[in-house]
Design a protein around this ligand. Sequence first.
Ligand code: GLN
Length: 454
Amino acid sequence: AHLDRIEAVEPAVAAFLHVSGETALEQAAEVDRRRAAGDDLHPLAGVPVAVKDVVVTEGVPTTAGSRILEGWVPPYDATLVERLKAAGLPILGKTNMDEFAMGSSTEHSAYGPTHNPWDLDRIPGGSGGGSAAAVAAFEAPLAIGTDTGGSIRQPGAVTGTVGVKPTYGGVSRYGLIAMASSLDQAGPVTRTVLDAALLHELIGGHDPRDSTSIPEALPPLVDAARQGALGDLRGVRVGVVTELGGDGYQDGVRARFEESLDLLRSAGAEIVEVSCPHFQYALGAYYLIMPSEASSNLAKFDGMRFGLRVEPEDGPVTAERVMAATRGQGFGDEVKRRVILGTYALSAGYYDAYYGSAQKVRTLIQRDFAAAFERADVLVSPTAPTTAFRLGEKLDDPLAMYLNDVATIPANLAGVPGMSVPNGLSDDGLPVGFQILAPAKADDRMYRVGAALE
Ligand code: GLN
């Protein structure tokens, strides 16, 4: 059914870069065989899933939305893909994304944009617009995204889906093509909070192949979602972050947010106001730390090891000139912009002024979170300042694009988990997201509150 749906709507939505129809059907048939043989199956066995193209899949092309990886077929599976396969979830294919996950609209994909199923002239968010659009358009019931500064949550908000960025270290990064290693996390994109909890528990938990993986069991997420669904939040302190949600947020976004606060109040939650004074510097710190790490991570795309190799048109074929020609043609403008920015911020003369200062700001943001979580069990805000903007609207204005991430970035800088749940429609008829943040390793708290809002 999902493959039929993909065939019907892909010409308009363009959520996928690659569809693995036959393999998915084989994987589904295998689940049927195991079920008939009386095997004990995972609750999601047989439920298909779409995977963002920044996650490597053995034998299936993986491009990270970039020309530089065109034609590359990974020889191994990411840990999270191994876990999906072992539990019997057929993999429908690989979803579109901004090149190397740099962007908030999926327009920076080298393979063309994805369209928002709610209005095909609008962006599906980014960088994981493909995963969110696939779930919103009923092409896939579940998807995997990655979130470095909001790329699971903001697409969730603008497509009316649930998106979760787990605690840093909660889901293995083994087999994720790294953008910014200290910020990247993979997580679920779904239509309900309970689905997200089931998927999160399946892909999460310790992995010895990721040195930053937390060597502890996850908190019980499915139980928390089931408890939240009962609608009783007595004793839960919900902190509204003063710095997220004021000026610059669309009226309809603010109105829906206030209505959800009323719902939480009527479920018995106590609403408190908390201030996180350094959040105003989060965007600036992020756009130094992230490009710095990306400039280093992307050095491996040199025309020798993976995918594209371009030889210089004339003159000698030296390693340096092959690298320059390959990277010149293989990377898009946004990737080049960030590699240049990151290289500059890390260079000897500027390291202390830029990278060093950004790291200090990161510590201040972590302290803001620590103080806020003494007064509240979860923190909440709108996920994004506006509903989906029009394709092309911000493409030539990187700063306007970056500003979309104001509310999502602090969580990545501090490593805390964040969730976006659908929050009704704004005055323009487009979906709005409600963001819930919890302390590190307390992801269960946001599942409880998120499920209570459904
Ligand atoms: N929009 C942000 C950026 O461009 C976040 C990207 C992400 O989370 N992968 O960096």
